[in-house]
Design a protein around this ligand. Structure first.
Ligand code: FAD
Length: 356
């Protein structure tokens, strides 16, 4: 449904899967709106991030989400999104083995993103045509008359008619300004937000020169009993890619107890320890040419917002909405669900505005 309202300026905080999908849905319904996406990261993708080596002579690594599992209910509800991503070549069926994958449901289908999982986010961001500002960390959210004002760490100010916040919930709770008073004035919402929790993990990407051969038959492998390592992927095999000009790459995820135990450690301190464990798990793996470590303080949602509403309207006039996987589930489809909920809630509020 295309709705005609006065030109709305809508700010979306977070260039991850939820923020990108919200932007593309809003662009379809409000072609004339002014959409601005802000993210504290240097690139886009959020927890669907893809990282390249400095030399750019190996396959990139997906440091967060690995592969996309689509369950039967989502095939129906989100079929148009899946079809769009598959038609555009952004998603292809997973053809390699993921050893130790415990999913027993034969109706679930698995997909990979050949260009890296961040290409899913980029697809929706590009489609939205939204103005994108990276390296902009929002510190403060204030209501000023009928506008929402966002202030960044560097003191930059942005004003919007409506704002959607898609960052992990603990980062929403850290925001300063009027938003803290609004949350305090709604004890039920505040309590539910405070109950949301996430797992934590470290991820390490290993990059190899083009002449390196890794002789594994699987694309991914869950490691059940290691005290540190939970999952390893050989990226080029996982994504079904073969390019002799690019060297192989590997991504390693630690398990959650290890991540929680070492949560306050710097990633650079942890990488050697993780690689030591990796030698026990895959002793034949050669030394990489380049290593990239990442700490996911907020990895997958452990306890979602009670009731899984998809999104929450925090303030109606001006509109401040909360969205993201914490309000549904920690998967691509969970983010699409949250984005659809956000679009519907926004439409409701904006349609009453246009009737005034
Ligand atoms: P995010 O991706 O977290 O996006 C929020 C964005 O907000 C981020 O880009 C962040 O930089 C930005 N931000 C935060 N605070 C601020 C601020 N103050 N100012 C400005 N910007 C800010 N899903 C799957 O479907 N399959 C998988 O195999 C899978 N595996 C996973 C493995 C790991 C290790 C992790 C971490 C996640 C995995 N997931 C997987 C989950 C999936 O990645 C997430 O559910 C999804 O990416 C969440 O998207 P989002 O947009 O809701 O949040």
């Amino acid at each position: 449904m295309m709705i005609k309202t006065a030109m709305e300026r809508i700010g979306i905080v977070g260039a991850g899967m939820t923020g990108a999908t919200v932007a593309s849905l809003l662009r379809a319904d409000y072609p004339g709106s002014n959409l601005v996406v802000l993210d504290k990261g240097r690139g886009v993708g959020g927890r669907m991030s893809t990282s390249r080596s400095m030399k750019a002579n190996s396959f990139s690594v997906d440091l967060g989400a690995q592969y996309i599992s689509i369950s039967e209910p989502y095939k129906e509800r989100h079929g148009r999104f899946h079809k769009e991503l598959i038609t555009a070549g952004v998603l292809t069926p997973l053809r390699s083995d993921i050893e130790g994958n415990k999913s027993r449901d034969p109706t679930i289908t698995h997909h990979v993103a050949p260009q890296g999982v961040s290409s899913i986010v980029k697809h929706f961001l590009n489609q939205s045509g939204a103005e994108l500002h990276t390296s902009e960390q929002i510190k403060q959210v204030d209501v000023k008359d009928d506008k929402v004002e966002l202030t960044t760490e560097s003191g930059e100010r942005y004003q919007f008619d409506s704002v959607v916040l898609t960052m992990p919930v603990p980062q929403i709770l850290q925001l300063q300004g009027t938003i803290a008073d609004i949350i305090n004035s709604k004890p039920e919402i505040k309590q539910k937000l405070e109950q949301v929790s996430y797992s934590a993990r470290f991820a390490v990407g290993l990059f190899y020169n083009p002449n390196t051969k890794l002789s594994y038959s699987w694309g991914g492998k869950y490691i059940p009993e290691d005290p540190c390592i939970r999952f390893v992927a050989i990226e080029n095999i996982k994504r079904g890619l073969n390019n002799p000009k690019l060297g192989p790459s590997v991504v390693v995820h630690t398990n959650v107890p290890f991540g929680l135990e070492h949560l306050e450690q710097e990633k650079n301190v942890m990488v050697p320890m993780i690689l030591q464990h990796l030698r026990d798990v895959l002793p034949e793996l050669p030394e990489p040419d380049e290593i990239k470590g990442h700490k996911w303080r907020f990895s997958q949602v452990h306890k979602a917002y009670e009731g899984g509403p998809g999104c929450v309207v925090l303030n109606e006039k001006p509109l401040i909405m909360l969205a993201g996987d914490a309000f549904s589930r920690s998967t691509m489809d969970g983010c699409i669900e949250s984005a659809l909920c956000t679009k519907d809630a926004l439409q409701k509020v904006l349609s009453t505005k246009s009737n005034i």
